[in-house]
Design a protein around this ligand. Structure first.
Ligand SMILES: Nc1ncnc2c1ncn2[C@@H]1O[C@H](COP(=O)(O)OP(=O)(O)O)[C@@H](O)[C@H]1O
Ligand SMILES: [Mg+2]
Length: 254
């Protein structure tokens, strides 16, 4: 890693279980962080949901001025489904590399975890009994021991549903995983389904209170991620006064 402390951070969304929101969270975080930092979204899932989103995004960014102000530093999407891909080398050219991972391909997930600075494991209320992947958990713990200052893992509650309160059993299970739970959490909200078409929830007009809550939750999540990584620059928190930071050398002048 170089001396620029904003350079080359790798954030990965990992869970061997499909449908927990890895791709949804990856793409939203990439778009929102991309307003502040040089971000590359890396899709390591051969199913390519993030890649599809990235392609839709490029088309939208090119065809509309509506997105002005958003994703100024978003650098696009790359696909890498080979275990041999050197994530650190790719990350060196950006501030943050946001990595989507496959549900099933354990090898790819493990390779990504080994290179990551922050691994976020989305969990949904329906699958607390779920996170059966001992291998992933063990690797996370090993990496945590090997890189005590440059690695963090967090559980993130996604598709939270107030009516289905997290049961005591589920809470006990979470504790057993011995990985801290993020203070941010994301509700089950329609706006996240609408964001699958190349946009982040912040780029879609909020029509309901639930939509607005979803936007607030995403801002909070991005701000918590920035905090964990120690990213410099304007925090995403709502209402915070923008702080100037010198533009990276190769920032687009657009
Ligand atoms: N917070 C949320 N609220 C509502 N729907 C969501 C939320 N997060 C994800 N989804 C939806 O759940 C489905 C699975 O999400 P996805 O990101 O594809 O999961 P994964 O990548 O882990 O397989 C998608 O249809 C997505 O739109
Ligand atoms: Mg996915």
């Amino acid at each position: 890693m170089n001396n620029n402390d904003n350079a080359g951070k790798i954030v990965a969304f990992v869970n061997q279980k499909g449908g927990v929101g890895k791709s949804t969270l990856t793409t939203n975080v990439a778009a929102i962080l991309g307003a502040e930092h040089r971000v590359l979204l890396l899709d390591t899932d051969s199913q390519g949901s993030s890649e599809d989103w990235g392609v839709a995004r490029i088309n939208k960014l090119q065809s509309a001025n509506k997105l002005r102000g958003f994703s100024k530093h978003y650098r696009g999407i790359k696909k890498a489904t080979e275990v041999s891909t050197d994530l650190e080398e790719i990350a060196g050219s950006y501030d943050v590399l946001i990595v989507d991972t496959p549900g099933r391909n354990e090898l790819v997930s493990l390779g990504v975890i080994a290179a990551a600075n922050l691994v976020i494991i989305p969990l949904t209320p329906g699958n607390f009994g779920f996170w059966s992947s001992e291998v992933t958990r063990e690797l996370i713990q090993k990496v945590a021991v090997a890189r005590p200052t440059d690695f963090a893992a967090r559980l993130l509650l996604n598709m939270r549903d107030k009516r289905r309160k997290v049961s005591r059993e589920a809470e006990a299970l979470l504790e057993e995983l011995e990985i801290p739970v993020m203070r941010s959490s994301i509700g089950h909200r329609n706006i996240f389904e609408a964001s699958s078409d190349g946009l982040s929830v912040l780029e879609i007009p909020a029509r309901t209170d639930s939509d607005r809550e979803g936007q607030r939750e995403m801002r909070e999540l991005v701000s918590e991620i920035s905090e964990i990584l120690g990213l410099r620059g304007r925090a995403q928190a709502e209402g915070e006064t923008p702080r100037r930071r010198s533009a990276p050398k190769d920032a687009p002048g657009r």
